[in-house]
Design a protein. Structure first.
Length: 255
């Protein structure tokens, strides 16, 4: 860890721990806004943190996004994954297939040589369809597995960027803007104080459930995400943050 000390990454970690209520933080070198390979470095750090937290027959829930896709790419097989089950954290949020939790979950499990289950539910659900779909035995079974996750790994996004990428309908877009959302995670949108101002209706893990998961790892970097990370961490209960220097430098700035 001498190199990380020399690079000032350790110092950034100490400062973040003082300023934000995180259980632990890992800062990797670089800024993923500038250099795409930095996401893979966060992925590498995340993979080793997951291995460190595995107990044996864990259920690992993962969200979507480009950062989580990088985590999946960096996953390596390990005997520890023999009895691990990977599941998507929530149903579709309007992402393209490469950014969907299902896709990333399957990829990560294959790379880990673990097992996975997927959620086959449409993205946009009416209230009645939602009710009947969660009663389907096959869906219910996967939902129960998701709700008993022991590890959750998720991304954090800038609210506007995420809402635009997911082709959010105009009324919802307006709500997100008017309520000054700055962060997004799990399909929940948060203002700068960490209050939920909007939520995408879908099955799977809900924010209340996340609070009871023993190990929650948030992976998000890039200077442009600092505000989002800060807002999300305000309401999170003891999460492990994996970020990059770009975001970390903004996070420790006195404002
Ligand atoms: O769920 C998506 C995340 O909130 C952020 O996505 O990793 O592509 O920035 P990203």
């Amino acid at each position: 860890d001498m190199m990380r000390e020399v690079l000032g990454l350790k110092e950034l970690e100490r400062k973040i721990k003082k300023k934000l209520p995180v259980e632990d933080v890992i800062v990797v070198a670089g800024d993923s806004d500038q250099s795409p390979w930095v996401k893979r470095e966060m992925g590498r750090a995340c993979v080793s943190r997951i291995k460190h937290s595995l107990k044996g027959n864990d259920i690992v829930a993962v969200t979507g996004g480009t950062t989580l896709a990088a985590v999946a790419e960096m996953m390596t097989p390990d005997l520890k994954y023999r009895d691990v089950l990977f599941v998507p954290a929530r149903g579709g949020l309007g992402e393209d297939v490469t950014n969907q939790a299902n896709t990333i979950c399957a990829r990560m499990a294959e790379k880990a040589m673990g097992h996975y289950r997927l959620l086959h539910v449409p993205d946009q659900l009416s209230a009645e369809t939602y009710q009947s779909i969660i009663e389907e035995p096959a869906i219910r079974e996967v939902l129960e597995l998701i709700k008993s996750s022991t590890i959750v790994i998720h991304g954090i996004g800038d609210a506007k960027t995420m809402a635009e990428r997911r082709k959010t309908p105009p009324e919802e877009m307006k709500k997100i803007e008017q309520n000054e959302a700055v962060a997004e995670a799990f399909g929940y949108y948060f203002n700068q104080h960490g209050d939920v101002v909007h939520k995408v209706n879908t099955v799977g893990i809900q924010l209340e459930d996340v609070r009871h998961v023993p190990c929650v790892i948030a992976v998000a970097g890039g200077a442009s995400k600092a505000k989002a990370i800060q807002a999300y961490i305000k309401q999170a209960n003891q999460c492990i943050l994996i970020t990059d220097e770009g975001a970390a430098k903004q996070l420790v700035r006195d404002d």
